[in-house]
Design a protein around this ligand. Sequence first.
Ligand code: BT5
Length: 266
Amino acid sequence: MNKNYNQIYLKNKINTKIIGKELIIFDEIGSTNDFLKQNIDKYSEGAVVIAKSQTQGRGRLGNTWENSPNESLFMSILLKPNIKIDSLLRISLVCSLSILKALKKLNANMDIKIKWPNDILIEEKKICGILAECISKNSGHEDLILGIGINVNNKTFPNSISEKATSLFIENVHTTISDVIVLTLEQIEKDYFTYLQNKFLFFIDEYKKYCCNINKKVKIINSLSQKYGEIIDINEDGTLLFKDESGQLSTLFSSEVSVRGEFGYI
Ligand code: BT5
């Protein structure tokens, strides 16, 4: 596989109908999500922006996504699903499942899990994060940007995340960023088309099978407070059913909370 991938190389490799047909590759950019947001009207559904180095990568809730030039994959996909506004969370859950399945193709025995909503973990260390953002349109529909960071050939991480991050290389999976791009885009497109036909219900059991925080004691953090309790289930709309220490049930939306294991990092 090609280590120095470029547009022509990838376009020949990726076997999809829409995702990746428009492919924009930067040697360096601030954030691939920000680039797509700023240029959303110039691109059609399925456009993919990739950066070999990302200097201002963003996570959820104002978090930072670390750069690691030519070792990690930084990629954003533009989707224009022409469906109602509230589907962002569910499409992003399906996207995490697609990435998990794509990575499993590299090694079926990897102990790989999803931490709701979108983190992908190997043995409790994060290998992939997804930042799903929507751009509202007057029609009541939204365009979606799925920003994906996958640690591929990272040998080390900054101190701040060294205990809680991993890469395919560290997990003894030897591959290239271009391989990961091809596998993930093909799987995401397949599942996206299925989602448009069958919605999230089609995926919910598979998502739950790989979700590591159901029935786990957790700490829920939002901007105002933190609460201890247990994750009971994933609801049909993709939100979390949470029971706090007093037994009270509530619904958690991904945009509001960070879910942590009660004692560990996750
Ligand atoms: C995420 O946020 O996990 C979403 C990350 C999305 C990054 C992609 S890269 C392409 C696109 N362009 C962007 O600007 N962003 C997207 P969150 O759940 O908030 O997790 C962020 C937290 O993960 C940080 O606060 C760190 O603790 C940890 N972290 C940062 N960089 C990491 C890395 N490379 N690997 C593992 N963990 C990391």
